[in-house]
Design a protein. Structure first.
Length: 426
């Protein structure tokens, strides 16, 4: 037994060797020139912006060991304020794993079943939960598996309806999550929405007037890879015929939609995290989301894609910062959702910012799901950037249930307001 435990620990601590020597930094530019310098480092020093900085908000950037000295020299030369976010990224990831396992153990000690919205869990746990819900509540829940990922994993979503999707007068809400693999807080939020609609329905209107589609993990390959190999993996895991793709697999799914594809905030280099793919909808993962939107476009009032982190509710247009013709409706529903979250949030959680994607985040992004959905006719389309506090993607799992509960309040309020606005405009 002792040897087995030691072997298990050895495997656990070897898991994050990829990040040995890596550091992350807070950066706080004070001018447009400093912002431009930081942006240029993405290519020249291969830095990874966990959160891009703005003039009114510090950013978080991950730096490889080979470039740390030069990175700090550039910041010092340009007068860019910075400080350490994580001195030893690998060590922090090892600690994070211990925290996650301790939470698993806590539930085991209580003989209380751990749900996928209580902690960070693997794909099979999420799928087992979805399967059990579909089996237990066949009158209102239908499991759909429209296809498999590049590596052959099923991509699953649930259709939730009290009328078998046959009542065309109902508004349809589509929630998609985890196209970015490392954003582990998003599956808990999506599965908690399932729980509130099926196991713990406290507002009958949400089934009487709405049908729901919930896709908790749209990028299962990347999600699993972020658990087993590289914690901060963002992309899919696809490979095309090019040599560079074989060396650097994967596409940024939220740059792969056919709306101003690969024009801004993206890359044509497969070795970058924001690579937009060889063509729009090159990825089966984005094609599945596209097909769901098209199938139910005539009554889809609200589309939400869940991301992290930053406590923001963002709406089109994200590629250029211009406002949609439905900007008033978008902002009204966005504020409604943010206020509902505010009523439920913990005191030390930040208040959500609401607004146009490019203007709030401070940079443009083309080929994004939110913009695509809105461009083809979904009246109200949003990106949620869930809270990260100062931990970013490694938000303590003790907050998983809290984030899920408060986000659900926002989604529920947004669904009702969206239906009201869409019906009034007809």
């Amino acid at each position: 037994m002792k040897i087995w435990i030691l072997s298990l620990l050895a495997v656990a601590f070897a898991k994050h060797e990829h990040y040995a020597g890596w550091r992350s930094y807070f950066v706080a530019p004070t001018s447009a020139e400093q912002l431009a310098v930081l942006g240029s480092l993405e290519m020249s020093l291969e830095v990874d912006f966990f959160m891009r900085p703005r003039l009114d908000r510090e950013g978080v950037v991950l730096v490889k060991p080979d470039f740390q000295e030069e990175f700090v020299q550039v910041l010092a030369r340009e007068g860019i304020s910075h400080k350490i976010h994580a001195e030893d990224v690998k060590a922090q990831l090892d600690i994070d794993d211990e925290i996650i396992e301790a939470r698993h153990a806590e539930f085991r000690s209580r003989s209380e079943p751990e749900k996928p919205y209580d902690n960070y869990v693997r794909l099979n746990v999420i799928y087992n939960y979805m399967d059990s819900i579909a089996a237990k509540y066949p009158n209102i829940v239908k499991m759909v598996t429209p296809g498999n990922s590049f590596e052959g994993r099923p991509i699953k979503y649930l259709k939730i309806s009290s009328s078998n999707f046959e009542d065309r007068s109902k508004s349809l809400i589509f929630i998609e999550a985890t196209i970015h693999a490392r954003e582990w807080i998003t599956p808990p939020v999506a599965t908690y929405a399932i729980h509130k609609l099926v196991e713990d329905l406290t507002d009958r209107e949400l089934l009487d007037k709405f049908d729901w589609i919930i896709l908790p993990v749209s990028n299962p390959d990347g999600y699993e890879f972020s658990h087993t190999n590289q914690r901060f993996w963002r992309k899919t895991r696809s490979i095309d015929q090019s040599q560079s793709s074989r060396l650097c697999p994967g596409v940024d799914g939220n740059r792969n939609y056919d709306f101003h594809w690969r024009t801004v905030g993206t890359s044509n280099n497969p070795c970058t995290d924001n690579y937009g793919g060889s063509r729009p909808f090159s990825e089966v993962e984005t094609r599945i989301v596209r097909d769901i939107i098209h199938e139910y476009l005539d009554r889809m009032t609200l589309f939400i894609t869940l991301h992290s982190f930053g406590s923001m509710i963002l709406y089109p247009w994200g590629h250029d910062g211009s406002l949609s013709q439905n900007a008033l409706g978008l902002h009204t529903v966005g504020i409604t959702m943010a206020e509902a979250i505010y009523e439920k949030k913990l005191p030390h959680f930040p208040r959500y910012a609401v607004g146009n994607s490019r203007l709030v985040i401070g940079y443009g992004a083309s080929g994004a799901a939110e913009d695509y959905a809105h461009s083809i006719g979904v009246p109200l389309a949003y990106t949620y950037e869930l809270p990260g506090l100062r931990q970013g993607f490694n938000l303590d799992p003790k907050y998983a249930r809290q984030v899920s509960e408060e986000t659900w309040e926002g989604i529920a309020a947004g669904a009702k307001k969206a239906r009201e606005i869409v019906l009034t405009s007809k």
